[in-house]
Design a protein around this ligand. Structure first.
Ligand SMILES: [Zn+2]
Length: 192
C-alpha cells in the first residue's frame, strides 16, 4: 500500500482477521507499512492475536474485549483480574473473560484506550488522514464502519479505503475520496 503524503493513519480491523490463519503475518506486514506513521487501530477482534504482533500496543483499542483479563459474571465492583485468579474475591463466583460475551461486560477494560483514541481523532482534523477499514462486517457498524465513514466525510484531506471480501461497497458521498476493494483483507494486506 502507498501511504505517501499521509502522516496519520486510522485503521479499523474486523472479523476477516479472526477467521484467518495468517492474521499474525498480516499484522506484522501492516506494522512495517506503518513505520514512521502516526496511527491508531480500532479492532473488533476478540482473539488478541494483534497483541502478539509488532504493532504498537499503545495504539490499539479492542472495544469488544478479549481474553487478556477476567471479570466476575456479576461485575462485582467493576473489578478486572489477571488470568491466574480463578474466583471472584467478593462473591466467590467463577471468573469469566472480560469481553462482550460476558453477561455484565465491564467496559473499563478498554475505556482508557478508547479515550486515547478519541483524543487522537480530534488531532486528525485538517490533517491528511488515511482511513483504512479492513474486513469489518456489518455486525456492530456503530463501532467502526459508521464512525469511520463520518470521520472521512468531515475531513477534507481524508482518503477512505475499504477492503472487504463481501462488503466492499462505499457510500456515494465518499466516492470522491474513497475506494472499495472486494478482496479478503488479510490476503490483500499481505500481498500489497
Ligand atoms: Zn463477584
Amino acid at each position: 500500500m502507498n501511504l505517501d503524503g499521509y502522516d496519520m493513519v486510522l485503521i479499523g480491523i474486523g472479523e476477516e482477521f479472526e477467521e484467518a490463519p495468517d492474521a499474525l503475518e498480516a499484522y506484522n506486514k501492516l506494522s512495517k507499512d506503518l513505520e514512521g506513521k502516526n496511527y491508531f487501530i480500532v479492532s473488533l477482534c476478540m482473539d488478541d492475536v494483534i497483541y502478539k504482533s509488532n504493532l504498537n500496543q499503545d495504539r490499539i483499542v479492542t472495544p469488544l474485549g478479549g481474553r487478556r483479563k477476567k471479570q466476575c459474571p456479576d461485575a462485582c465492583e467493576n473489578a478486572l483480574y489477571d488470568l491466574d485468579v480463578e474466583k471472584c474475591p467478593i462473591c466467590g463466583k467463577e471468573l469469566i473473560y472480560n469481553n462482550i460475551l460476558a453477561e455484565n461486560y465491564i467496559e473499563q477494560g478498554y475505556l482508557p484506550m478508547w479515550e486515547k483514541h478519541k483524543l487522537w481523532l480530534t488531532g486528525t482534523l485538517n490533517k491528511s488522514l488515511y482511513i483504512m477499514e479492513l474486513g469489518v462486517s456489518m455486525r456492530l457498524p456503530q463501532v467502526v464502519r459508521w464512525p469511520f465513514e463520518r470521520v472521512a466525510m468531515l475531513n477534507n484531506k481524508a482518503f477512505f479505503l475499504r477492503v472487504n471480501g463481501k462488503l466492499p461497497q462505499i457510500n456515494a458521498e465518499l466516492k470522491e475520496k474513497g475506494k472499495g476493494i472486494g478482496e479478503n483483507s488479510v490476503k490483500w494486506l499481505i500481498e500489497n
